[in-house]
Design a protein around this ligand. Structure first.
Ligand code: DGT
Length: 230
């Protein structure tokens, strides 16, 4: 069925494709999530949804990512609120293929980034309460498909070097301690299962390897990701 009136309406997505095999690619900043997604571009029948960082860098001309890093106390809430919206849009986007591969999810926004902001006192407890209520409401009322989580596990010092090397302007002041804390939050969520919600089985991949060797490591996940497509 072709939807011409409301292309993002749920029912329409259902008509286009009843339920894609949905994979979230998770991991620290600089762990290679985008590279992992790009590896799967060679296969047919996969929809790749890379993270909307460019939308965060340009919302009606405003660079929310930059504002957030420059004055975190002031902009964290605004930034996180927009991250949630863009993530929800990705979760809801109709997928005309049997497999959907997404970079990050609403879960990592909540359990890693918002969790860090709350624990470090960057956001006021009242701001945290609002973000948390939004998250719970979405989880209770909107179905989020999740069949597999690929966790690109890294060592903080390794990704820290990568981040410095890629030199994304907004990330220049990111300290190693922040990367270490985010690493711990990913581990707590995906390995130690400290939150009620880990929505799908977790496939752990060693993502410390550099680009020349990582393809072999990525190949190990092909079977699990493509099984619905082949
Ligand atoms: P990759 O391909 O693994 O190198 O992935 P990155 O580093 O391009 O993507 P990601 O999601 O780890 O981070 C992009 C930037 O956005 C990074 O500076 C961290 C930030 N970021 C992503 N999601 C959130 C979030 O929910 N809250 C906050 N505060 N920052 C976030």
């Amino acid at each position: 069925a072709v939807c011409t009136v409301r292309p993002f309406h749920n029912n329409c997505a259902m008509a286009m494709n009843s339920k894609p095999f949905t994979v979230f690619v998770e991991g620290n900043i600089g762990s290679g999530k985008t590279t992992f997604l790009e590896h799967f571009r060679q296969f047919e029948d996969i929809t790749l949804l890379t993270e909307p960082v460019e939308e965060w860098r340009n919302l009606k001309g405003w660079n929310l990512l930059d504002l957030m890093y420059k004055d975190t106390a002031k902009w964290a809430m605004t930034f996180q609120s927009y991250v949630s919206l863009t993530m929800l849009e990705m979760h809801q986007r109709p997928t005309p293929t049997p497999v959907k591969l997404m970079e990050r999810s609403l879960y990592s926004a909540r359990y890693c980034f918002v969790e860090h902001m709350m624990r470090s006192g960057t956001i006021h407890p009242a701001e945290f309460a609002v973000l948390d209520e939004w998250f719970k409401f979405i989880m209770n009322h909107i179905h989020i498909d999740a069949d597999l989580i690929v966790y690109l596990k890294t060592t903080p010092s390794v990704v820290y070097e990568r981040i410095k090397k890629r030199a994304r302007s907004e990330e220049q002041c990111v300290p190693l301690s922040y990367i270490e804390e985010l690493h711990k939050l990913h581990e707590d969520w995906l390995i130690n299962r400290q939150h009620a919600e880990c929505p799908a089985p977790v496939l752990v991949i060693d993502a410390d390897l550099d680009l020349s060797q990582i393809t072999e490591e990525y190949k190990k996940s092909e079977h699990q990701i493509l099984r619905k497509a082949v």
